[in-house]
Design a protein around this ligand. Structure first.
Ligand SMILES: *Cc1c(COP(=O)(O)O)cnc(C)c1O
Length: 416
């Protein structure tokens, strides 16, 4: 397993330059002049590697894309306007009316509504199942599902999937597997586990500073022979694969989504994301150690009627998988169960250190009541599936002293 030293080195060495401007340069231009008509033709054909127009790529985004591709062990990447931009790009590039997407495990609210409302409105079918419901997964794969979507760690359910087994099943049925790795950059390496496309909301852990909305999708190379994309169900992208070969994932997403829908990253946002990325490995190491400490302190000291949920705790249903597959941690989140909405509100309003907001993966510790905010539109059954109930607070641990973070929750809980 690659360690945090490895990432500290590749991130600072690849984001900074040794000669000329050390920090990445911001290229804000929307348009780029071509040398001559022949070069313009070559750029549009994808044969000359030079900027075409900022909606389909710009040099600052390209720098971010190369760094994130390296970080994830991918062949290429595309930076997008937000994490939802990355997920909409990938789903709209590959799916059409009549196709089905299988969603495994808990989901971020925006992804859930993208699939169940927006994509459905355009005729894309869906089905959902728990992380370990392998018989449902197999049945849907057998029925010809076109794409499988899952999160490396359920946000906010904190369910941990058996990524390798699911990837093997998707390979057996030649089905694209897309993983949202927002919660676990560096500590989960989806492409090495057999995932085809990784998406991130770079707004979260990657940036850390809450100063830039952004997303990125990372792709493996297309295999010259026997790639699952050559299956008949992906016939509508075969022309692009034939022409572009191993880098085909990029033009598939650019030509079938970004060009027509414009969920493109902007140069200034990509610059800010890279400033955050330089320190990502340091922050991930720190936060994942702190989450365990805070979970343990709260587990020991929370008053009767309140509980903390984190896979590092021995009673968690995913504790064994945490120990075997998530050795460096599972990201910044933990769950607090307060019993009722009233108690959850009372606790939140007594917090002194913690910020109440809808973000995660921030350098500051954040907390939010779920059913009254992100999940307010969802019925009880859906909330249950997504791992939230009336008394549930999602917490995202930041860089502060873990003892101070735990104390803030404890002082608030003890006053209830
Ligand atoms: C926040 C988040 C997203 C959406 O990202 P935005 O940058 O807010 O569009 C997607 N997936 C997960 C797991 C998230 O936490």
């Amino acid at each position: 397993m690659k360690d945090f030293n490895y990432y500290n080195t590749i991130l600072v060495q690849n984001i900074g330059s040794k000669v000329g401007p050390v920090a990445p340069t911001i290229v804000p231009s929307a348009a780029f002049g071509y040398e001559d008509a022949e070069q313009a033709e070559g750029i549009f054909a994808g044969e000359v590697n030079s900027p075409l127009y900022a909606r389909v790529g710009n040099p600052t985004n390209a720098k971010l894309e190369s760094v994130v591709a390296k970080m994830e062990g991918g062949f290429g990447a595309i930076a997008t306007s937000s994490g939802m931009g990355a997920i909409s790009m990938v789903t709209t590039a590959f799916l059409k009316a009549g196709d089905e997407v299988l969603c495994i495990g808990g989901f971020f609210g925006g992804t859930y509504t993208l699939i169940t409302e927006t994509m459905k409105r355009f005729g894309v079918m869906n089905s959902f199942c728990e992380v370990d419901d392998f018989s449902h997964i197999e049945a849907r794969l057998k029925a010809g599902v076109k794409m499988v979507l899952m999160e490396s760690v359920g946000n906010p359910s904190l369910r941990l999937p058996d990524i390798k087994t699911i990837a093997e099943m998707c390979d057996a049925y030649e089905t694209l597997l897309v993983m949202d790795n927002t919660a676990t950059p560096l500590i989960v390496r989806p492409l090495e586990l057999g995932v085809d496309i990784v998406v991130h909301s770079s707004t979260k852990n990657m940036s850390g500073h809450s100063a830039a909305l952004g997303g990125v999708a990372v792709f493996r190379a297309v295999k010259e022979e026997g790639d699952k994309l050559l299956n008949e169900k992906y016939a509508d992208v075969h022309k692009i694969i034939k022409k572009m070969g191993k880098k085909a994932f990029i033009p598939i997403c650019k030509k079938r989504a970004i060009r027509d829908m414009g969920m493109t990253a902007n140069a200034f946002g990509s610059f800010l994301t890279m400033l955050g990325l330089e320190t990502l490995a340091l922050r991930v190491e720190r936060v994942n150690a702190s989450v365990e400490q805070v979970a343990k302190l709260l587990d020991e000291k929370l008053p009767e009627g309140m509980s903390v949920n984190h896979p590092s705790l021995p009673l968690s249903p995913d504790h064994a998988r945490y120990k075997s597959d998530f050795k460096q941690g599972c990201g910044p989140l933990l769950g607090l169960n307060c019993g009722t909405k009233e108690r959850a509100f009372a606790l939140l309003n007594r917090l002194k250190l913690v910020t109440q907001t809808a973000n995660i993966g921030d350098n500051r510790t954040l907390a939010l009541h779920m059913t009254s905010t992100i999940y307010s539109d969802f019925d009880v059954q859906t909330r249950h599936f997504l791992g939230v109930n009336e008394g549930f607070i999602r917490v995202s641990i930041g860089l502060e002293d873990p003892a101070l973070i735990a104390n803030d929750f404890l002082q608030a809980a003890n006053e209830l």
